[in-house]
Design a protein around this ligand. Structure first.
Ligand SMILES: Nc1ncnc2c1ncn2[C@@H]1O[C@H](COP(=O)(O)OP(=O)(O)OP(=O)(O)O)[C@@H](O)[C@H]1O
Ligand SMILES: [Mg+2]
Length: 248
């Protein structure tokens, strides 16, 4: 495969005596759509937190585009093109959609201040954040206070905010969790329209959604990699079926 854009190698982490990530290795090629599945408590979100820099692992390394970021804070990783969404909403719910976008844009601008200020791109970046929100179907709610949005629309907004950073890698933690079938369909459509150059790592319990979007899937179980392979291999695996899919 091409040189990986995201490489997590031998990641091990314990909370107290509970080992939640156990020698996990994950490599994503540029533009790859990679799914991460596993039972509740398997360590999926913890692995995201380690990749994003919110948790420094006990052992192992994280490389972004060949740069060792294992000890870099989240904002330094963001500057290298990493963005994420959260399992639960992470919005300013008293502000409008437009205001949330402005804040995300301002943060993105500050994050990349040196590079972007040189090109005087502030206005352009702001406009492109709004344009992306429009692409995600948020044009009619730009002036709506976020807490008045439906849950599904709030989650669409989260994606728009993550994209304000103009990331090269996007981590999505259960983007369709708690959604109605219509909201799930809208989110699937959103994910399908993300640029093919964007590398995606997606935690998803909805197998139909995941099999529809992933090039490769990693199955975690008790913090360990149970299987890594194409969607069909995962679907055909007795091990995965017994341990995970059977419980769906
Ligand atoms: N900050 C923490 N302190 C202590 N234990 C934690 C912490 N964060 C997570 N855990 C524990 O680590 C294990 C893995 O949690 P994690 O959230 O990574 O699982 P998950 O695979 O994302 O599960 P889910 O599908 O329910 O979201 C769980 O047993 C959880 O209780
Ligand atoms: Mg989780």
């Amino acid at each position: 495969m091409n040189a990986p854009i995201l490489e997590a190698r031998g990641i091990t982490h314990a909370f107290g005596s509970l080992v939640v990530t156990d020698a996990v290795t994950l490599e994503l090629a540029p533009g790859e759509r990679h799914g991460l599945i596993g039972p509740n408590g398997a360590g999926k979100t913890t692995l995201f937190n380690i990749i994003a820099g919110e948790i420094v692992p006990d052992a192992g390394s994280v490389h972004l585009n060949g740069v060792d970021v294992t000890r870099h804070a989240p904002d330094r990783r963001a500057r290298l093109g990493l963005a994420r969404s959260f399992q639960r909403n992470n919005l300013f719910t008293d502000l409008t959609v437009r205001e949330n976008l402005a804040i995300a844009t301002a943060i993105a601008h500050r994050v990349a201040h040196v590079a972007w200020s040189a090109f005087g791109r502030h206005r352009e970046i702001h406009d492109s954040a709004e344009a992306r929100a429009v692409e995600l179907g948020l044009e009619d709610v730009l002036d709506t206070v976020t807490r008045h949005l439906s849950y599904g629309t709030q989650r669409q907004l989260e994606i728009a905010l993550a994209l304000a950073l103009e990331p090269r890698i996007l981590l999505l933690d259960e983007p369709t969790a708690g959604m109605s079938p219509e909201e799930t369909a809208a989110m699937r459509a959103t994910i399908a329209t993300l640029p093919s150059s964007l590398t995606l790592l997606v935690i998803e319990h909805d197998m139909e959604v995941l099999f529809g979007l992933a090039d490769r899937i990693t199955v975690l179980d008790y913090g360990k990699v149970l299987l890594q392979g194409a969607p069909q291999e995962v679907r055909d695996s007795d091990l995965v079926r017994n341990r995970y899919l059977g419980t769906q």
